[in-house]
Design a protein around this ligand. Structure first.
Ligand SMILES: [Cu+2]
Length: 142
């Protein structure tokens, strides 16, 4: 009885340590639910699905390349802010990330915290006529 109790306590402590380590890495991104933007690249065009995007809310942009060509999703909106990119199961962190290259039929998730209102353009650096934009509302999260 005692032994079992101590074991589950140890287990619980292990969990909270794991949680702290996990949260310590990307706490600002996990403290609130994410707002999701879906960007599909098809026929050399960006097709964007977004709801109302609020400032100060963790945001994930899911980019999917449905073409048979390599494309790039790049934007100045990530400049100077911590950004996390998940692609092929690999997560990369960096401030002011320029963009993400996507081979044919691949996808990536870009996570960051919106800090600037207005329209934010993104583009493909390989095909300069491929552009799209996101609209960020000037509303602080409650
Ligand atoms: Cu392209």
């Amino acid at each position: 009885m005692m032994k079992r109790g101590r074991q589950s306590l140890r287990w619980a402590m292990g969990l909270s340590v794991a949680w702290a380590l996990w949260g310590g890495v990307d706490l600002p991104l996990w403290s609130q639910p994410e707002q999701v933007v879906e960007v599909t690249i098809k026929d050399f065009k960006f097709v964007t699905k977004q709801g109302t995007l609020r400032l100060g809310v963790p945001t994930v942009i899911r980019v999917k390349n449905e073409d048979s060509e390599r494309h790039d999703f790049g934007s100045t909106m990530f400049e100077g802010i911590p950004t996390q990119v998940e692609r092929d199961g690999v997560v990369v962190y960096g401030p002011g990330l320029g963009g993400v290259f996507l081979d044919a039929k691949r996808e990536a998730a870009i996570r960051f915290n919106m800090s600037r209102p207005g329209r934010h353009e993104f583009r493909c650096s390989i095909h300069p006529n491929m552009t799209g934009e996101l609209l960020m509302l000037n509303v602080e999260a409650v």
